[in-house]
Design a protein around this ligand. Structure first.
Ligand code: ARG
Ligand code: MN
Ligand code: MN
Length: 368
């Protein structure tokens, strides 16, 4: 099944057919056409209003899932780029819940190579509760990170409100190491493994994580943009048959086919809420260099926005994480602003910003 919003709602053929009425049509078919047109226009108007979402923004300035300072400044920089005002200008009702306050848990001994488990566990519990609240309030949730370990809490909290959700994970990395396969011990390389039912038996007991139960199946997640996997991650993805579009597939198929197949995979059995977890390092470092683990050969600016546009077009976006913007990793101010503005454009495109332009439905051409 291809998820095509226009076709889905019957605007394309109906609305456009009437623009060029042909002389050969009988009057009854003309009446049919007029009827169809009104339905088409009415539907088109409903669609426009479908694009206006109540949005809840949660800042999650968390950096303990990895070792580089600065990623906690992400929410601040993204807000200062006027994200809330820009979403408002797109017609959305936005509630900014502000930043969560995270604290280091004392006596947080490492578990083997895994660093600060209690602190990471407790921050994610806080975030899970916050996301659950936003969803219960009927808003599309936007989490501004922070490092990608936050996806544990974000997806878990989202699933508490929407158990049938699916996940689109856009990233240079798969972040599916278990604590035992992780070569670095960093939690931001592991979040997916705690969420998957199929990996439950491979996860040791970790202090601070007792509240988490797996809420996702391997079939419920699709990766886009992969290009730096650890051996354990590659093994897991192959053995669980997880749908993954690495940069090789993006090159082979083009981003258009990739998004079509990704949506088919997740939505072929029916519509369901989408959780989009967007790591800014999915995008090429020439566009978004200010991030902790940049990898060359990433999505172009255009591909990165296209992914967001297509998710928007499904009408099913229910929660979005934008993570790993680390202003301290930019070598110049330009590097920082380019990274932040890519993050902002991803969010805006998720909520209806179109490169083809837009006009309000009541727009009138000025008379001379
Ligand atoms: N969210 C990220 N930037 N993750 C990078 C992970 C890198 C590496 N695979 C690790 O497990 O440590
Ligand atoms: Mn990454
Ligand atoms: Mn990531």
């Amino acid at each position: 099944m291809q998820v095509n919003l226009a076709a889905d709602h019957g605007i394309s053929e109906n609305a456009y057919a009437t623009v060029s009425p042909t002389a050969t049509r009988s009057s009854s078919s003309r009446i049919m056409l007029v009827k169809k047109t009104f339905t088409g226009i009415r539907r088109a108007l409903t669609i426009q209003s479908r694009f206006y979402h109540p949005i809840g923004i949660v800042g999650a300035p968390f950096a303990r899932g990895q070792r580089k300072d600065g990623v906690e400044k992400g929410p601040d920089y993204i807000r200062r780029a006027r994200l809330v005002a820009k979403l408002g200008a797109q017609g959305h009702q936005v509630k900014d819940y502000g930043d969560l306050k995270f604290e280091d848990v004392p006596n947080d001994e490492p578990l083997g190579r895994v660093k600060m488990p209690k602190t990471v566990g407790s921050a994610n519990k806080q975030l899970a509760d916050a996301v659950k609240t936003v969803k219960k309030n009927g808003q599309t949730c936007v989490v501004l990170g922070g490092d990608h370990s936050l996806a544990i809490g974000s997806i878990y909290g989202h699933a508490a409100a929407r158990p049938d959700l699916c996940v689109v994970w856009v990233d240079a990395h798969a972040d599916i190491n278990t604590p035992l396969t992780s070569p670095t011990g960093n939690f931001h390389g592991q979040p997916v493994s705690y969420l998957l039912r199929e990996l439950h038996s491979k996860i040791p007991v970790i202090p601070g994580f007792s509240w988490i139960k797996p809420c996702l199946s391997a079939q419920d997640i699709v990766y886009i943009g992969l290009r730096d996997l650890d051996p354990g991650e590659h093994y897991i993805i192959k053995h669980l048959g997880i749908k993954a579009f690495s940069m090789t597939e993006v090159d082979r198929l083009g981003i258009g086919r990739v998004m079509e197949e990704a949506c088919d995979h997740l939505l072929s059995k029916g519509k369901r809420p989408i959780h989009l977890s967007y790591d800014i390092d999915a995008i090429d470092p020439s566009v978004s260099p200010a991030t902790g683990t940049p990898v060359k050969g990433g999505l172009t600016y255009r591909e990165s926005v296209y992914v967001a546009e297509e998710i928007c077009r499904t009408g099913l976006l229910s929660a979005l994480d934008v993570v790993e913007v680390n202003p301290d990793r930019g070598k110049t101010e330009e590097e920082v602003s380019s990274t932040v503005s890519a993050a902002v454009d991803v969010v805006l495109s998720c909520f209806g910003q179109l490169r083809e332009g837009f006009h309000p439905s009541n727009y009138q051409l000025p008379e001379p």
